[in-house]
Structures are given as C-alpha cells and as structure tokens.
Design a protein around this ligand. Structure first.
Ligand SMILES: [Zn+2]
Length: 261
C-alpha cells in the first residue's frame, strides 16, 4: 500500500505539477527537482576525488600569480559542469534568481556528501560562503552561496562561518565581463570581518601574526570557501586574498562550488 506521504505527494502533483529543472518534463512523485533521465545524465565532474584536477590547477595558477611567497596548494571541487545553453544551468539560475532555495539545498547536500567522501576535504574545520553585498542580500532575501554552504557544512560536520568575510562594496554583475574585467571588478571587494575577529577571539593581524609578533595559534586549519558557480575563479580568488590577509600559510584555504563552467 502506498504511504500517506506518497499519496499526498501524488495529489499535490496533480494540483500543482512540478517540472524537471533541466528538460521541463513533468516530474513523477518520487522525482526531486530533476527527472530520472536528467538526473542520470548529470555531467558530474568527479573532481572531488582528485587532489590535483583542472579546476584546482586553474585556481592555484591564479592565486600564485603576483605572489612573492609560495602558497600551499588549494583543493578545489565542484559537483557538475555546464556550458552556456545547457539545461543544467537552470539549477544555479533557479537558486540565484528565482528564489528556489530548495533546489540549492538539494544539490548542496549532494555536493557536501561528495566532499565528505574525499580524504582531502575531511579535515575542513571552517566553511565560509562568498558574501553578498548587504543591499543585494536585502533585496534577494537570502545568499545563494550560504544556502549551499549550510548543506556542505552539515555534511562535513564542520562549522559554518557566514560572517567571516564581508563584501566591502557592490560589484557589477560578472556575467557580461571578460576575464580581466572580472578580476578587476572583484579585486579588493571582500574583507575579513572585524566583528568575527573579535567574536572568535582571533587576535591575529596582517600575515597571521598577533600584535606581539607571535605565530598564529588559532584553531582553524582548513577553510573551505563556497560559491554557486566557478567561472574564471576571480570572485573566489578575491575571497581567498581576504582570508589570507588574516590567516598564515599553514592554514589551507580550499574552494568548492555547485557548478563549474
Ligand atoms: Zn529532465
């Protein structure tokens, strides 16, 4: 006999049909957000299994550029690939522009599960979403990166620090900018929150030394920055720089996103 949940789900689907976010087909009761075909065809990256992967290499090339000292390798992973015009783009679009927080939670949980299955992400002890400027946060009502970060933190069993980074200034939307413009657009847009520094008892200053020049002795060892999409990596690189200004090189800073373009 079908369960009550199944029956209520079936009735709800008749009254308000749900559709696959990728192909638009009507969903069956047991399908969530995607139909079984689009779910099976999802272009997963599998890059969470690899310490060195093309996305991580791209990101590391970016953070090493213009630096005098050597930075430790950043781990990087995302759940799936999309190109412009791909239906899988609708997952990120729905979360970011259509208020579909549930789809963000669904795939954020899957991403978190994949990261938790990888040895090199298991020691993450701080999950930090890319912040929105407060005016945009206020208008949208939520931060899509934070929605994903909450699920990832919960799957990794790591604390979420949603206020560790602050957006100092509003930036133009990155969509129509070229690589150089994207990088200039977000450069210096993020800062390390003073409020967090106080509330967490982090008495560290620039380059990870406290006022008396002592070495960093904070508890955090591996930070994971979360965003919805990795395109050129410019936004994540700007966040990386803001965190690095507060944490010394022995603290690893990695990145993860729902999608990779
Ligand atoms: Zn579909």
């Amino acid at each position: 006999m079908p369960s009550i949940k199944y029956v209520t789900g079936a009735v709800a689907d008749v009254l308000v049909p749900r559709h696959c976010a990728v192909c638009g087909r009507k969903l069956l009761v047991n399908e969530k957000h995607l139909c079984i075909y689009c779910h099976d065809d999802m272009p997963l990256t599998y890059n969470w299994n690899l310490v060195y992967n093309p996305m991580a290499d791209r990101f590391n090339a970016m953070i090493q550029r213009g630096l005098e000292r050597y930075e430790p390798y950043s781990f990087a992973a995302s759940l799936f690939f999309f190109r412009s015009g791909s239906g899988y783009r609708n997952i990120c679009y729905g979360l970011k522009y259509q208020g579909n927080i549930r789809i963000g939670r669904h795939f954020g949980k899957i991403l978190g599960g994949k990261l938790a299955s990888a040895e090199h992400f298991r020691d993450v002890d701080a999950v930090v979403p890319v912040p929105l400027h407060w005016t945009r946060h206020w208008r949208r009502g939520y931060n899509q990166a934070e929605t994903i970060a909450q699920c990832v933190a919960s799957e990794l069993g790591a604390p979420l620090y949603k206020d560790m980074l602050v957006r100092r200034r509003r930036t133009r939307t990155q969509t129509r900018l070229d690589v150089g413009q994207k990088s200039r657009n977000v450069s210096g847009a993020f800062g390390f929150s003073r409020r967090f520094r106080k509330s967490a008892g982090l008495e560290i200053q620039e380059h990870g030394q406290d006022s008396s020049g002592n070495k960093y002795t904070g508890g955090i060892k591996h930070i994971l920055i979360i965003d919805d999409v990795f395109t050129t990596g410019a936004t994540l690189n700007a966040c990386y720089s803001a965190l690095r200004s507060a944490f010394p090189p022995e603290v690893r800073i990695s990145v993860a996103t729902l999608a990779c373009v």
